[in-house]
Design a protein around this ligand. Structure first.
Ligand code: MRU
Length: 380
């Protein structure tokens, strides 16, 4: 069924374009509606309201956003500034923006005119798109092989949090890509889908993808995970990441860290799946990761499913569930320390145990494409 997916993001050439077209993830699973971004402010708005979300596809949005500015003759530097600042935690967004800006600058420095520089920038965004799709496929292979090694015999009950599939990627995604590979191999007994409060990326988006893939899956409230572990119903946890610091600390959707603590308590592997572009050597540790704080109404209200979007700027689309004026604590992400992470799976291979040295070695550009860092089990 995967070929029938509406892509999370696509570039449209004239006569409709140049535009960036997004599948509006705030409307899923009720309806598949596309949003057409004709300029960078529209794209920045779509990133902030989570019409497009998830680390790898944010990198693509950043790169295509710069390409859009260049193609339409807008100020590329200003566009890059706005795009990079749209959300602070996912390092892939900045990576995509910076890569496109570098391509644009290099073209101009080489004597290209504005149209040629715009074409070069678009080519860079497209290259990143292809690389992301390729990375997804490799992560799925490495992740499945790791699970076979850790949990031989199949029949796996995997728990995941947030959404990490085709909606976050130019390809099959990160953690969900591994789940899909396990499912296609006939080894998935059940996918446990954390609903992922407050914006329900699990209940709305992962379930949407799991249903399309005809997986056996169940949605649970985030708070129900503890009793599921206690009942011995979870064989492994698989999540993605928005940023991995140099020491291996993992920022991911809020609620990931409690799962890591539960997993450790119950002796269950806790596996993070992310492309090497999510590893940020410039962020030394978890404390240095900027955590996005989101509007309190995402917590104090429940979105109305029939309303367009989750929480549109202007209209009161939510049903209040807390008293008027209630304060809310609403970090979008939390940080899991490396000692609670069993393994980080990247397109280049697996780091386990998760150490600064192991990560640096695996992410080094001179490293072979497939390897295991840390315990030598899969060195190529
Ligand atoms: O706030 P979101 O929906 O953008 O958060 C997304 C996540 O936390 C994902 O788990 C993360 O980006 C990894 S996706 C590959």
């Amino acid at each position: 069924m995967a070929d029938q997916y509406v892509p999370a993001l696509r570039w449209e050439e004239p006569p409709e374009g140049p535009v960036v077209v997004l599948l509006d993830q705030t409307r899923l699973p009720a309806e598949e509606v596309e949003v057409v971004c004709t300029d960078v402010p529209a794209l920045v708005g779509a990133i902030r309201t989570l019409a497009v979300r998830g680390a790898p596809v944010l990198g693509l949005a950043g790169a295509y956003g710069v390409a859009l500015a260049a193609a339409r003759g807008f100020d590329v530097g200003e566009a890059a500034r706005q795009l990079s600042g749209a959300r602070p935690t996912a390092v892939n967004l900045r990576y995509g923006v910076d890569r496109a800006v570098r391509a644009h600058r290099a073209a101009l420095a080489d004597g290209a005119d504005a149209a040629q520089a715009a074409a070069t920038t678009l080519a860079e965004a497209r290259a990143l798109h292809r690389e992301d799709a390729d990375a997804s496929a490799r992560m799925a292979e490495h992740g499945r092989a790791l699970l076979e090694e850790l949990l031989p015999g199949g029949g796996l009950r995997l728990l995941t949090h947030c959404n990490t599939g085709m909606l976050v990627s130019g390809g099959g995604g990160t953690a969900f890509g591994v789940v899909r590979a396990v499912h296609h191999g006939g080894e998935l007994r059940r996918l446990w889908v954390d609903e992922t409060r407050p914006l329900l990326q699990g209940a709305r988006l992962t379930s949407y993808e799991a249903a399309r893939e005809e997986m056996p899956y169940s949605v649970l409230t985030d708070g129900a995970a503890g009793s599921l572990f206690a009942a011995g119903e979870v064989d492994a946890v698989l999540i993605g990441a928005d940023r991995i610091a140099a020491d291996g600390s993992v920022a991911n959707k809020v609620g990931s860290y409690p799962l890591a603590v539960l997993a450790r308590h119950h002796g269950v592997p806790f596996v993070v799946v992310a492309p090497v572009t999510t590893v940020d050597p410039a962020t030394p540790d978890g404390a240095a990761i900027e955590i996005e704080q989101r509007p309190g109404r995402e917590v104090t209200e429940i979105p109305v499913p029939a309303a367009p979007g989750l929480f549109p700027e202007e209209t009161p689309a939510g049903v209040p569930v807390a008293p008027v004026g209630a304060q809310a604590y609403n970090p979008a992400f939390d940080v899991t320390p490396p000692e609670l992470v069993t393994a980080v799976v990247t397109e280049r291979g697996v780091v386990s145990p998760v150490t600064a040295a192991g990560l640096a070695e695996l992410c080094s550009p001179s490293r072979p494409a497939t390897s295991r860092s840390g315990n030598g089990m899969m060195n190529s």
